[in-house]
Each structure stands twice: as C-alpha cells, then as structure tokens.
Design a protein around this ligand. Structure first.
Ligand code: NAD
Length: 480
C-alpha cells in the first residue's frame, strides 16, 4: 500500500517532494472524531455556523499567498489559481449569508385538515464524504463542502492525488478555527483512500470521471447511502446563420480553452451552419493564434501546462485519430508540445471533423475547438444530442428567441445562450447533469444546501376534540 504521494511539478515534470498518505486506521479515526463532533456543530445553529465560516474566510485570506502558491505548484498555472482562490473565498461569503436566510425560514404550517400542524424539521446527515478531481482542486473540493457544513453535516474530504499541495495549505488554515476543524478533515491519497472513505460516511459527493463515478455510485448503493455524482462532459456549441460571428468566436475561444481546456464545462465541439462556417473558422483561427503558452515563466500570458500526466496520452490519441481521419489543423498544435519538462497544448482549431472521430465523441480535456459544418439547426441539434454526455452546451443564433428555442431541445443540464460556460459565472441556476454526466440533486443554487438535509415531518394534532376518520367506532368503547 502506498504510504506517500510523490509530488510532480506539471511545468517541469520533475518530482519535487512527497506528502504522506492517510492510513486506513487514521481514516477511521478521522471519521469517528468527525461523527462525535457533529452534534455540537449542528446544535450551534445556522447563524453560529455562519459566524465560524466567516472566521475561516478571514484565516484563509490571511494565508492567501500560501494557499495560492500551493495551488499554483499543483496545477502549473498562476492566474487561474488566483481566480480559484478568490472564487473560493467568495463562496464562503455567499453561503455564510445565504444559508441562514434559507434555513431560518418558517417551516411550520397547518395542514388542509385544519387540526394537524406540520413542522418540517430539517436534519443534517452526520458525515459526508467528498471526493474531488485535479482540474480546479480548491473550488471543486469546497463547492460541496461549504453547503454541507452550513447544513450542519461534518465533512471528510479526499482531494485528487494529482494535486495534494493545496490541501495541506488548506488544512493549516483550520488551525485558528477549532470549531470547524472538529467537523472538517482532509485525507490524502489515491482512489483506494476514496473507496475506503465511502465505507465510513453517510453520503458521498463525487466530482470526477464517468468510469470512476460509476464505481463510486455502485459502492454507495452497496452502502445504501446517497451519491451525488458530477462527472465528465463533451459540451457542444451551436452557431446558426445570423449569429454575431465576432462575438461567438471570442466567447467560444474562452469557453473551450480556459484552464487549458481542463474544465468539465469546456466547449469540446462546435457545429456551425454551412453558410457562415468558413468565415467562422477563419476568424476563430486568427484569434486562436494570438494566444500563446504560459511558458517559460508564470507571467508569460497564455495557456498553462497539462496538469495530470495521465491526460497526455488521451489528448495525443484524440489528436492523432482526428488527423488520421482527415481533420485539418487551422491553428495551434498538431501534437502535444514538450517544453521545460512539462506537456503543453496550444489553442487548437480543427476543421473537417466528424462523428467518426474520438475528438467529437469522447472527453478530451484539452484546449481544442473542432468545428463541424451542419446544414441547418435540426442537424446541429441532432449531432449535439448524439453523445453519451449531457453536462452543458451553448447556442448562438440570429436572435435570442431562436437560440433559446434551440437550447430547450438540447439534452444538457445547463445551456448558455449568446455565450458559453455561463455556469461558471452564475451560481443560482439549479441544474441536473443529463445522461452519463452525473446523478443526484443540483449542486448549484439553494438546492445544493438541501442535499445535506433530510426532511422530518413533525405532525402535531392541535386538538383532541376531533376524531380521526379511521379510528375504531366510538360506540365500541362506550361504558368504559
Ligand atoms: P478521476 O475520476 O480519475 O478521479 C477523481 C477522484 O476520484 C480523485 O480524487 C481520485 O483519487 C478518486 N478516485 C479514483 N478511484 C476511486 C475509487 N475507486 N473510489 C473512490 N474514489 C476514487 O477524475 P480526474 O481525472 O481527477 O478528474 C477529471 C474528470 O473530472 C473529468 O472527467 C472531468 O470532466 C470531471 N469533472 C467533472 C466536473 C463536474 O462538475 N461535472 C467538474 C470537474 C471535473
């Protein structure tokens, strides 16, 4: 069994340290300790919990440099690490102000019968297990953790073994916030640690690939606990006649290549109506050529490296398959580039692609914009829906009304109209992942909080003067 993780610098490919792996015994002790602390955390009430979280926000802000530096060392990119940190701190603030409003709302009412009051009591799950991926390590480790602890649930987090440095820095930030430290622990390790964790918790939130998500779902079913699965995608964009090509190319360029395309909600395939196809590809390629690589230094503007070494052969295989089947590189890389020991891919625009190619059907997780010409909106919708994934999508058309009508026909949990990846900007849009892209309630919007709460109906008869309609006849008991 692995006892330490060897750290790898994605910019240089070099090993630059180790982090100890949490042993099975320590994991069990963590779970026991979290369980015993949870009742006091629940009893603190939502206002008390919000006050503790605000103190944690201060503690994290004081350690901004340390956490951001660790995150950048994990991922090889700086600008996105700063954005991630700011988004994380913003999310603490949002839940600290929103959860009290949601949970302090009156939930007692009189039933239609008139003589029974119903008090909807919300009881948190005791212990949630959270398993997260490497592409946005901090945001995706805390996106479920924050509503969970606000609901009163204790949390055991297992971040990706690819990016464990930030987790050590985050753990250090808890030192000055003992109430939170008692109900939030971080375990370090590979998938085996995640699998052990599932046996110790009452609910699991998993963000990662479809194959692992299926395994996690099966393990949760065997444990008879709820699983919230947020998995991969192959998000389509549709651009129809009359769309603003300049606007669409700029929006899609960002939507497909931010974080070097290592985002679940990345646009990974584009369908453009034939009459504007050539103009669209030409402009997209010209814009793509303006974006470089964030190499050799962090402050060189451009795309960061491929974070996880294991993603490189997948990207290489998709690109080679596309080129062998006739795809044309209009801008960017015809192969993964190796600089300074890291692996890098330029913003890459491909034309002449079709659905026989893996790059149009499987998740690539790189900065690719494969563009396919389509005869009309119906063909675009058919091809966009011809996928086992259903995470998100984007539509551009001559009018917003036309684009919205197309959006409603797409098999995807979130569809951006007149833009792409709007899910990253607006938190309020509740959504489900369609098809293999996930399972379980929405992690966006207020519904996110209620995933960690069970409704308990306290049914109070407010008068004894009324007989229940199904009781034994009163005459039966006469004379007693
Ligand atoms: P992954 O499935 O390889 O690993 C995710 C996590 O699961 C890691 O922490 C890993 O250690 C753990 N794990 C592995 N095997 C396990 C097992 N048997 N039991 C329990 N845990 C186990 O995914 P990844 O490569 O880290 O992340 C990339 C994937 O995540 C992509 O498919 C991407 O689309 C997806 N993703 C989805 C979302 C979303 O919100 N839908 C967000 C980001 C990333």
């Amino acid at each position: 069994m692995t006892t330490e993780i060897i750290l790898r610098d994605p910019r240089t490919g070099r090993s630059d340290g180790t982090v100890p792996v949490t042993s099975p015994q320590d994991l069990r002790m963590m779970a026991t300790r979290l369980r015993s602390a949870q009742p006091a955390w629940e009893a603190l009430g939502v206002d008390g919990r919000a006050a503790v979280l605000r103190r944690w926000k201060e503690a994290c802000s004081e350690r901004r440099d340390e956490i951001t530096t660790a995150l950048a060392a994990d991922t090889g990119r700086w600008r996105e690490s700063v954005q991630e940190f700011d988004a994380f701190v913003g999310t603490i603030e949002r839940w600290s102000s929103l959860a009290p409003k949601l949970l302090n709302e009156p939930r007692r009412f009189t039933s239609t019968l008139g003589f029974i009051d119903i008090d909807k009591n919300l009881r948190p799950y005791t212990l949630a297990g959270i398993i997260s991926p490497w592409n946005f390590p901090l945001v995706l480790s805390t996106i479920d953790m924050l509503p969970a602890v606000m609901a009163g649930t204790a949390v055991l987090l297992k971040p990706s073994e690819v990016t464990p440095r930030f987790a050590v820095a985050l753990r250090d930030s808890l030192a000055g916030v003992p109430e939170l430290e008692s109900v939030f622990s971080i375990a370090i390790g590979e998938g085996t640690v995640g699998a052990q964790m599932i046996e110790l918790v009452d609910l699991v939130c998993f963000t990662g690939s479809v194959p692992t998500g299926r395994q996690v779902g099966a393990m949760a079913a065997a444990q008879f606990i709820p699983a919230f699965l947020e998995l991969g995608g192959k998000d389509p964009a549709i651009v129809l006649n009359g769309a603003d090509v300049d606007h669409a190319t700029t929006a899609l360029l960002w939507g497909a290549t931010s974080n070097a395309g290592q985002a679940c909600q990345s646009i990974e395939r584009i369908y453009v109506e034939t009459s504007i196809h050539d103009e669209f590809v030409d402009l997209l390629a010209k814009k793509a050529a303006r974006i470089g690589l964030c190499f050799p230094t962090y402050d060189t503007p451009g795309l960061g490296p491929i974070i996880a070494e294991r993603q490189v052969p997948i990207i290489e295989a998709h690109l080679a398959d596309a080129l062998a089947k006739g795809a044309v590189v209009r801008a960017g890389s015809s192969a993964v580039e190796h600089h300074g020991g890291g692996s890098w891919v330029r913003v890459t625009v491909l034309s002449n692609v079709d659905h026989t190619m893996a790059i149009m059907r499987e998740e690539t997780f790189g900065p690719f914009l494969p563009v396919m010409a389509v005869a009309d909106a119906d063909e675009a919708v058919r091809l966009a829906n011809d996928s086992s994934f259903g995470l998100s999508a984007a539509v551009f058309a001559a009018t917003t009304e036309e684009a919205e009508a197309i959006a409603r026909r797409l098999e995807a949990g979130a569809v951006s109209v007149n833009d792409s990846t709007l899910t990253a900007l607006v938190w309020e849009g509740e959504k489900h992942s369609f098809k293999s892209s996930g399972l379980g309630g929405s992690r966006m919007g207020p519904a996110s909080l209620f995933r960690f709460l069970r409704s308990q109906a306290i049914l109070v008869k407010t008068t004894t003067a009324v007989r229940d309609p199904w009781w034994y006849p009163a005459e039966l008991f006469e004379g007693l």
